[in-house]
Design a binder for this molecule. Structure first.
Ligand SMILES: Cc1ncc(COP(=O)(O)O)c(C=O)c1O
Length: 428
């Protein structure tokens, strides 16, 4: 029966109902002792209370300047924070590469947002008309897939391997789209180049350049952008850093960089940023003006102070120590319990917060299957991989699981993987 409320709610809002996050939280609540390897939260114990307290006091102890922090700010954000974020990113790229780059990026190209999710949403809203296409890795970050869908756009998944999106597959996807007469609808290629959520993969410097080259070559009657979502760049536990795509496109012709302090400092402060091509400054800025005309300034001033006082990088080092141990606990437990179970495999990530696990194909890990209910009853929760697939392109693999190691202790992770593995073996 159609109710009056049905008429009041927009099609977009109805379409957004039943988000994976709320369904999974409901499942977690059904068993309070459950070991959730699903939550995308960060470690609670290492949240930086002391340094944030210091920075907040400093921000609020400066007379008239303190009052400014409690005012509205500007649409694209606090100038000092924008300067610091840009300088830090360029310094990291130079340190990660033996090739110099001639950065032309100006402060006007830098936007601060309350978390990078807002930036990602604004990009999708700025680029997409209904039916337009964003190419992405298969699997990809499900919140971004949801945002594109909400706006009426389509995501097309491209095959990946241990190094992320396969350039040849990206090219083939574009060839197919062209044959279908839809090339004019392709607006961007979305990548999470460092420790992808959910795949855990990192693009090599060579792959990053190849993807950029593909975007340039296929930009025939309009520009195809590359969105480089660098949410996990700082959470590296082994090996050397890789330069961002920004390094290969230093004036940001095609590249849009999205960054955040949520994972490397605190999601409660929720400060993210974007480095934009000059042609997007106006259109994206206009969209942002309609939403909040500037991120909360107090949070920005606190983050700027944390950077100025050199409190951020030591905290990142501390987090790396915490997560490295948990990452090893998860990979070690998977090896112990599933190393010789045929059909089970996973990517041995060396950063980020996720491990992507593939099970034998007869096990359906999805919300409609019985496996997830058995896992929850046994006391462990995961994110079904089915949520992480684009609306088109590479087909979804329903025997996949996203695991996260950010929240639980190493002991609970080991225990949780043990419980999950028992179920998997039971279903063999
Ligand atoms: C790949 C990816 N991008 C962006 C974000 C957004 O983070 P925030 O909005 O807190 O900056 C997340 C959060 O989990 C993420 O996993």
């Amino acid at each position: 029966m159609t109710t009056s409320t049905d008429h009041s709610i927009s099609r977009r809002a109805k379409q957004a109902a039943g988000q994976p996050i709320s369904q999974l939280m409901g499942m977690a609540l059904s068993n309070p002792n459950i070991i959730s390897l699903a939550a995308g939260f960060v470690d609670n114990d290492s949240l930086p209370v002391t340094t944030t307290n210091l920075a907040t006091q400093k921000v609020l102890a400066a007379g008239e300047t303190s009052k400014a922090a409690l005012q509205y700010g500007s649409n694209n954000g606090d100038e000092q924070l924008r300067t610091l974020v840009l300088e830090q990113a360029i310094a990291m790229n130079h340190a990660a590469s033996d090739q110099a780059a001639n950065y032309q990026t100006t402060l006007e190209q830098v936007f601060i947002t309350p978390g990078s999710n807002q930036l990602l949403y604004l990009i999708a809203d700025t680029l997409l008309d209904p039916g337009d296409i964003i190419l992405c890795a298969s699997p990809s970050y499900f919140v971004f897939i949801g945002a594109v869908k909400n706006i009426g756009g389509r995501t097309i998944g491209v095959a990946t391997d241990n190094n992320g999106i396969i350039p040849r597959s990206l090219e083939e996807a574009l060839e197919q789209i062209e044959r279908d007469g839809n090339l004019s609808k392709v607006k961007a290629i979305y990548t999470v180049p460092y420790f992808d959520n959910p795949g855990g993969t990192t693009l090599t410097a060579e792959r990053g350049q190849q993807i950029l080259d593909i975007a340039r070559r296929w930009s025939r009657d309009h520009k195809i952008y590359v969105i480089s979502d660098e949410a996990y760049r700082m959470l590296r536990y082994e090996g050397p850093d890789v330069p961002s795509m920004h390094h290969w496109d230093p004036s940001l012709e095609h590249t849009i960089v999205a960054g955040t302090f949520s994972k490397s400092y605190s999601p409660g402060i929720r400060v993210g940023w974007g480095f934009l091509p000059t042609d997007l400054i106006g259109p994206l800025g206009d969209q942002k003006s309609n939403i909040d005309f500037g991120a909360p300034l107090l949070a920005q001033r606190i983050m700027a102070t944390i950077l100025e006082e050199n409190l951020w990088l030591p905290h990142v080092e501390k987090l790396r120590g915490v997560y490295r141990q948990r990452c090893h606990a998860m990979l070690g437990a998977l090896e112990t319990h599933l190393g010789d179970v045929s059909g089970c495999h996973w990517h041995k990530t060396n950063g980020g917060l996720c491990v992507w696990l593939t099970l034998p194909e007869h096990i359906d890990t999805g919300m409609q299957g019985t496996f997830i209910k058995a896992a929850v009853e046994a006391g462990v929760l995961y994110v079904p991989g089915e949520f992480c697939y684009a609306s088109g392109g590479e087909p979804a693999n329903h025997s996949t699981i996203r695991l996260t190691f950010g929240v639980q202790s190493a002991e609970r992770i080991t225990q949780g993987i043990g419980l999950l593995s028992e179920q998997i073996k039971h279903w063999q």
